[in-house]
Ligand binder design. Structure first.
Ligand code: SAM
Length: 422
């Protein structure tokens, strides 16, 4: 964004914050009846709140039976509320408030993390989140995250500063040993490592590679795909990333192979390649930039963590503030529109449930490998934030609100038979 637009954007965000503060004050005035209404709605989902000052995790059997009778669920989930402000903060700030209160122990889940996934699935299935995304909040969300191009070349590196360059030790703690930060392919796998290896081969087959071809990997992470393709398919790979740590790591593990890694924004690549691949990078590029992303040649394979329904928000302030600045989950029609007249869609493969399994495995790895060294460096709040991030990713895929696609695109349409691998 140029300076003037950046200034306008900053003023708009400040006005949104001011409006939200006033709204919070109004919500606080009606917090009594609001609390009753929230409790009633959650009880319909068999979710019961316990206030910590009066904590009694055992609810009378008849009340439990009454709650279950009125709900479609067969078990009750219990949530402990440690701060009363949560009832006004959540209607005011939605998921951001849910997460901040969780990180700061404003609420706790009284059960396992797998049951906490169920908690979020119930809320997502009920579409309760739509009450937060009423027309005014939808408009404010649009103004803050979508109206402006938040993914300009100048801003492209912000997500590396916040996330990708925070230290490889964190990523090593939860990813598979080959360091793939994207959904695995679980059709014939029953563990994370196999699912990730199968994904690499699936991509190679779909790309229809021949030895000697030049392949570009846009958003190459820690260089895993480039390494795999160069080692097993005799191709030459160029990987680009905005993360210095990722590029350094990739250079080390690919020593001696025909690979090259560059720290650069995707818009700065101006060479021709036989094949282009991009695995879960488009989420960082934003709808204003899809067209420039797709102005390429060759067979193009893209993996997307995307959204199928307009009703589900493409951006939320939680992800934006704490995990991935400037993220925007691609809406399928925006992707299709940006491809129009540039590419023929040869294949559109959907396997969203596999991301639930991937996120579940990441959470288990993260918990098992959370050492005192990591804890000292990153702290307990970070642990709770990342745990919640994995829980919510799993729930949003399990409840089918977010999808995972692989698309194979060709410039003018392939003139030979093409059957994408599965
Ligand atoms: C979720 S990670 C996926 C990494 C890798 N493709 C994988 O499957 O493990 C997203 C990647 O996109 C890269 N990325 C984000 N924005 C980018 C940009 N503007 N230009 C180039 N790469 C970008 C990040 O550095 C990161 O490597």
């Amino acid at each position: 964004m140029n300076l003037v637009i950046e200034l306008v954007y900053t003023i708009i965000v400040a006005l949104i914050r001011a409006y939200k503060l006033i709204e919070l004050g109004i919500i606080k005035l009606i917090s009594g009846p609001l609390r009753k209404e929230i409790i009633r709605r959650f009880e319909k989902l068999a979710i019961v709140f316990h206030v910590s000052t009066n904590l009694n995790s055992e609810i009378p059997a008849e009340r439990e039976a009454r709650i279950l009778e009125k709900s479609k669920y067969s078990s009750i989930l219990h949530v402990k509320i440690n701060t009363s402000s949560i009832c006004s903060r959540v209607p005011n700030e939605g998921l951001l408030a849910v997460a901040e209160e969780y990180i700061n122990w404003g609420w706790e889940f009284m059960g396992t993390d797998d049951q906490m996934v169920q908690l979020f699935c119930r809320v997502l299935d009920s579409k309760m989140y739509q009450q937060y995304y009423h027309p005014i909040n939808r408009f404010l969300n649009y103004l803050e995250f979508q109206a402006f191009n938040l993914q300009t070349p100048q801003r492209a590196f912000q997500v590396a500063e916040k996330h990708y360059d925070m230290g490889n030790a964190i990523f090593e703690s939860f990813l598979d040993p080959a360091m793939q930060y994207s959904c695995g392919y679980w059709s014939k796998a029953d563990n994370l490592n196999d699912s990730q290896l199968h994904k690499l081969e699936l991509i190679a087959k779909k790309l229809d590679l021949k030895p000697g071809m030049r392949v570009l990997d846009m958003g190459c992470g820690w260089g895993t795909l480039c390494k795999y393709l160069a080692q097993n398919h005799g191709v030459e790979c160029v990987g680009i990333t905005i993360s210095k740590e990722g590029a350094n790591y990739a250079q080390k593990v690919c020593k001696g192979l025909k690979t090259q890694f560059r720290v650069q924004d995707y818009r700065d690549v101006d060479e021709k390649f036989d094949r282009i691949v991009s695995i879960e990078c488009i989420e960082h590029l934003g709808p204003h930039n899809y067209r420039t992303f797709f102005e390429d040649d060759g067979i193009f394979l893209i993996q997307i963590f995307g959204v199928n329904h307009m009703g589900f928000p493409l951006v939320d302030s939680l992800m934006h503030k704490y995990i991935f600045p400037n993220i925007s989950f691609p809406y399928y029609l925006d992707v299709a529109k940006s491809i129009e007249a540039l590419f023929i869609i040869e294949d559109w493969h959907s396997f969203g449930q596999d991301f639930a399994k991937t996120a579940n495995a990441w959470r288990h790895n993260f918990q098992d490998n959370w050492t005192s060294k990591l804890s000292e460096k990153y702290g307990e709040k970070f642990f709770r934030l990342f745990n919640l991030y994995f829980v919510m990713t799993e729930a949003s895929c399990k409840s089918r609100k977010v999808q995972l696609w692989q698309l194979v695109l060709s410039k003018d349409g392939l003139r030979r038979e093409y059957r994408a691998a599965r």
